[in-house]
Design a protein around this ligand. Sequence first.
Ligand SMILES: Cc1ncc(COP(=O)(O)O)c(C=O)c1O
Length: 357
Amino acid sequence: MRVLNATNLFNLNNILRENIKRTKPYSSARDEYKGNEGVFLDANENALGSVTKENYNRYPDPLQKEVKELLANLKQVKAEQIFLGNGSDEAIDLLYRAVCQPGVDNVITMPPTYGMYEVSANINDVQVKEVPLTADFEIQTEKVLAAIDAHTKMIFVCSPNNPTGNSLQPASIEKILQSFNGIVAIDEAYIDFAANKSFIPKLKQYPNLVVLQTFSKAWGLAALRLGTAYASEEIIAVINKIKPPYNINQLTQELALEALGKVLKKEEMVAEILFQREKLVKQLSEIKFVTKIFPSDANFILIKTADGKKVYDFLIEKKIITRDRSKVTLCEGCIRITIGTKDENELLLKELKSYKD
Ligand SMILES: Cc1ncc(COP(=O)(O)O)c(C=O)c1O
């Protein structure tokens, strides 16, 4: 029912939940009066200041306009096409709430992939239809399209994919975008480390596209909890309508502004991580019990051994913490290793070389 031949049949109104259509957003004090100057007696803040050295007594900008202005320029989209969330996880959850009727609707994921699509589905009582990737971690496009039914509201595509590390084929992603009249959410958390380009420029072409990115990886700001969603103005307006009013705190907004003035520093860090990744792959390939190193477009690599759990436990004993993925579909025997600093990677290699399988 939801498989189409043409892209332009997407109609957000057809997939929004009725209660979301009816919902009037909370109107905050800062939504009603937008000036910066005046005597602010409207929001029940503490007019005297804060107990801390710096003052944080005023509520932050609910729509984070300054941050969005810089991001719009960087990503070449309109500020109205950007949603900022408390991590990309908030954007994922809000998308579920906007379009998935609990107990009725479903989404499609392609395991092995990022776990939050399923967790968020479970929290929202939404069925997950799994169409696994191939053994080479590529999309089974025809099977994905065949899995779509009248209640399929979203398809999650993680590219570069976590935990496999590879970018998924752009042609397969595009086929899905063209053939589905629900939302296609492309999670590009690791895009800065990839050879492939972002799908953001394709927002003009595909009204059903949502691109998720984050400040947690290449920008090195995981502690801020700042994720972004890029989509049509129409989709972003709905997410903004249902988000908590002040979801991005003042400190995060200030640090994001600082970060966006340091794009070059981010690129230097990405270059160093890519250099370390290449070096690590080369050195791991010389270790006999590592039977496979999967190609990575991310800041981590997935390696296969005869007994992934045993290698993981061995490393834990050495106080080196990796991610045991050996029980994950298609990842039998695998551990996922984040690229560390030069010294951390050298220590990892030293310990791995002393491992007896
Ligand atoms: C694919 C993917 N998307 C999203 C996230 C989470 O991003 P955030 O920190 O912005 O919530 C992760 C975190 O590991 C991830 O692997």
